[in-house]
Design a protein around this ligand. Sequence first.
Ligand code: UDX
Length: 434
Amino acid sequence: MRVTMIGSGYVGLVSGACFADFGHEVICVDLDAGKIAALNRGEIPIFEPGLDDLVASNVRAGRLSFTTELPASVREADAVFIAVGTPSRRGDGHADLSYVHQAARDVVAAIEGFTVVVTKSTVPVGTGDEVERIMREARPDADFAVVSNPEFLREGAAIADFKRPDRIVIGTEDERARKVMEELYRPLYLNAAPLLFTARRTSELIKYAGNAFLATKITFINEMADLCERVGANVQEVARGIGLDNRIGSKFLHAGPGYGGSCFPKDTLALIKTAQDMESPLRIVETVVAVNDQRKRAMARKVVAACGGSVRGKRIAVLGLAFKPNTDDMREAPSLAIITALIDAGAQVVAFDPESMDSARPLLPEIEYAPDAYSCLEGADALVIVTEWNAFRALDLERVKAALRRPVVIDLRNIYRSSEMRERGFDYVNIGNA
Ligand code: UDX
């Protein structure tokens, strides 16, 4: 099949490379000439494990190419995916659909023959209808079907998530489109990944409902962790104890400093707005968003408490800045709010992250950046673990202790065992563990 990806950002690039790897002929399009030139030189603009090799091998095989020329790439395509950004609109939290709508106009002007137009970006319910309306109005004669096919890719595990998904959701009631989508995902569906066909609006809502549910699960265990600290229970054991119930499931029950990233914060907000507009408010999700926002500053207060009630004039070492490991993404990272609150409280902050320091620098210009984990700790009054990179789990704890001025460790990701840390003489605080 011939596939065109409009938007060579995270979703477009990963999906494009994976479709090419399935044997399809894929063209990735982007307006950003600099980005396309870099991709054509073999440079991948994002950090995603395995993506550079996947792109390189498919480019070599002649199945994957990059261009700024939208009309030519769309003309021959069987399926055109719209994978452009849908940022939160400044002011009201609604998803900004201007890029999606522009892509729809550009695509319809160029298509020839029956073309399936797929919205891959996370878009509010009804966007597919609007895309169809825009396209139909522009060219009443054009032969196309608009399909919703949300992505469920996790950063850092995106290729595995694409190739071994729990399910593929496809919102269309058009028979010809259904055949094209089945053919596109054939390798997966031969591997028994369920292809779930639904109406378009249902498919659009599945994406938001899924992310809101996961955000709720995380927030639930985070609040439970706070209660564990008060009553003398252990949140990791509570999570295991409830997670073994198949109805609950063990995933997404790691208590931490609150969720961040490019999806959960944006999607929960957009869903709340849609629900309010429809006069069918999602009060649980509204509470999740509020609790998660407050949690980040509460983490800073936890650090202050562990430092004896004040961090004024103290040097605080922060390990981990990205919103989660295996990514350089700083979007909505808890580290931003935590570090800002520590600076407001008079601390001097020094940080290290294996991948995200370049993206962190403009967002946190007032802190010091260390070249590696051990030098970050040198002379610090406390160590705060904010992102659970494996490299931090493997630190030599005796070296850590020797480097710190005071052996205070606030582990916001529960990567160390409290009994071991206390035996080694650390003043150790973690999440949900009295
Ligand atoms: C998420 C969804 O998982 C994915 O399906 C969707 O398409 C995009 O959004 P991503 O943002 O890459 O993916 O990260 P994810 O691994 O889901 O983590 C999100 C946030 O939740 C991170 O800040 C992470 O630290 C936090 N989290 C996750 C927890 O605090 N505890 C958990 O148990 C799981």
